[in-house]
Design a binder for this molecule. Sequence first.
Ligand code: F6R
Length: 260
Amino acid sequence: MEVIIESTQEAASLLAAKMIAALVHSKPTAVLGLATGSTPLGLYRELARMHRDEGLDFRQVTSFNLDEYVGLGPSHPASYHHFMRENFFQHINLPAQNTHIPDGLSTDIPQTCEEYESSIRQAGGIDLQILGIGSDGHIGFNEPSSSLASRTRIKTLTPRTRADNAPFFGPGEEVPQHVITMGIGTILETRQVLLLGFGEKKADALAAAIEGPISPLVPASALHFHPRAHAILDEAAASKLQRNEYYRHVFTNKPLWQRL
Ligand code: F6R
């Protein structure tokens, strides 16, 4: 895994946006895997700015989101359908019919999950997957103990993840127990991964994922099986990495042809 440490969350988000813009320029029909939560907000803002000011064109892009809460419809303010519309889709020219998010209101969840996997295959697979990381090391909503070969399916959130996500819900509102999430196996099949991690709150999970053993107890550690995974972190999130200096050295000394 390539570890890139930027001085701030803004700088890290900018770098991730540049990597995505470069992909969309070179492959206008790119298939993007998208995440929600607080982590990718700066990235989405910058991509929207590039669309507005520089004409970055998403017309032929296709997107697949990682996950959705079971029981929340697209109009629920805490649903990931709503999140994506508010924070990204309404600011760019990605056609609505090219966007995919698991259906939280499905009455046949196994069927919905199978169809989701088959839509990804039909689109030709995901070119680049954006990931955040949970404070317990989850990616997507693959909580600790998830199968490293898992596919899109229903998962039960841990109390910790429900507490972490409670601020996105209204006062007195319960965070759903269940979600539909792409599996770790689904994520590992994508062609490139950008794992974003910001803030001290993520430092332990990132140290375990990047420098600890590969384990289902730290789902993000499975990214070591991915041939093209980049972790883009700010200083605080990287603060518990033992090989911090080495990662910086590698990035600074990248051969010119490997740079953006
Ligand atoms: C979101 C997702 C989750 C989040 C993770 C971090 O679609 O799949 O894995 O990326 O829970 O959330 P934030 O960014 O809110 O800290």
